[in-house]
Ligand binder design. Structure first.
Ligand code: AMP
Ligand code: TRP
Length: 322
């Protein structure tokens, strides 16, 4: 099964990225899997050139540390393969302005920004280009990306109808538990790199002390009963989901073992710390050898280009470019 997914190099991955996306990538990786550090997408927000370069390298290292194996699948950086930007233009002439302004992520991000970059509006078209270039069948992403994937399917179908069968129409695939990790301080909102407060967001390379502090201070409720119930207990259910994702059991089973919030939080902190520690160690070792990382990235880009180039060329030809 051909799968493709992407993640922006806009800061250290947090628990939402790890449980909602990266962990399922690791489980699903095979020789037909493509994972992409989408540095072009990060240009839609304010980011310094030095930060973008450093974070791209760091995120590549983080993904490998989390278990993505560049010998098994293809791991690469979006801007290293020129067909993404080229295909983006072709698809911008297939997508419509109206459907782009209807994207919830656009409405949300643009309302929080003063000078809105045009790329913020066309961002989902670049994502569609990423996916369609690889004849992708399945796209493992968090719930928040579902609308973008629907747009990708729409674009693929419209292109195929207008210019002849060219693209595979991809399916959305979501991880079994913790598809959506919520902010630890405001459980009605998803954990997010840009919006969450420092206490609301747990980064996968946070120190053991910080992890413990953030979990202890996570907002719950006052009725004191440990029960998995998103309706009335979102804060606690979020913690149970996180626990369940790491321990591999249903969240309601975790809930049955605890009578007090404090005990659940103590055990959860230990579980998170011991699960993330080996990842942090591998991450440090990888960043200690940037030349090797560069080599891995170059090899990934070569493998990705070999697959995406013919797809780009057939789309360009179908549209009348010679
Ligand atoms: P981003 O940080 O927006 O580049 O997201 C990278 C990946 O992580 C995407 O697949 C998102 O759907 C996923 N993701 C981001 N935030 C969360 C969250 N709070 N819960 C679950 N998945 C998330
Ligand atoms: N838009 C995604 C996000 O913000 C990242 C992304 C870019 C992506 N291209 C992709 C995800 C292709 C899946 C497939 O999280």
């Amino acid at each position: 099964m051909r799968i493709f997914s992407g993640i922006q190099p806009s800061g250290a991955p947090h628990l939402g990225n790890y449980l909602g996306a990266i962990q399922s990538w690791v489980q699903s990786q095979n020789s037909e899997a493509f994972f992409c550090v989408v540095d072009l997408h990060s240009l839609t927000q304010e980011i310094s050139p030095d930060d973008l370069r450093r974070q791209t390298l760091e995120l590549t290292a983080a993904l490998i540390a989390c278990g993505i194996d560049p010998d098994v699948c293809t791991l690469f950086v979006q801007s290293h393969v020129p067909y993404h930007a080229q295909m983006n233009w072709l698809l911008e002439c297939v997508a419509s302005y109206g459907e782009l302004t209807r994207m919830v992520a656009f409405k949300d991000k643009s309302s929080r920004q003063e000078a809105q970059r045009a790329g913020l509006l066309t961002y989902p078209v670049l994502m569609a280009a990423d996916i369609l270039l690889y004849k992708t069948e399945s796209v493992p992403v968090g719930d928040d990306q579902k609308q973008h994937l629907e747009l990708t399917r729409e674009i693929a179908e419209r292109f195929n109808n207008r210019y002849g069968q060219t693209f595979v129409v991809p399916e959305f695939s979501k991880p079994a538990v913790a598809a959506r990790v919520m902010d630890l301080q405001e459980p009605s909102r998803k954990m997010s790199k840009s919006v969450s407060s420092p206490l609301g967001k747990l980064d996968i390379f946070d120190s053991a002390e910080d992890i413990e502090k953030k979990i202890k201070k996570a907002v719950t409720d006052t009725d004191g009963e440990v029960r998995y119930d998103w309706e009335t207990k979102p804060g606690l259910s979020n913690l149970l989901d996180i626990f369940a994702s790491f321990s591999g059991e249903p969240p309601s089973h975790v809930a049955e073992r605890y009578e007090r919030y404090g005990d659940l939080k103590t055990d959860l902190a230990q579980l998170v710390i011991s699960s993330l520690e080996p990842i942090a160690q591998r991450y440090k070792a990888l960043l200690g050898d940037p030349a090797e990382l560069e080599k891995l990235m170059a090899r990934g880009a070569e493998k990705a280009a070999a697959v995406s180039r013919p797809v780009y060329e057939s789309a360009a030809r179908a549209m009348g470019l010679s």
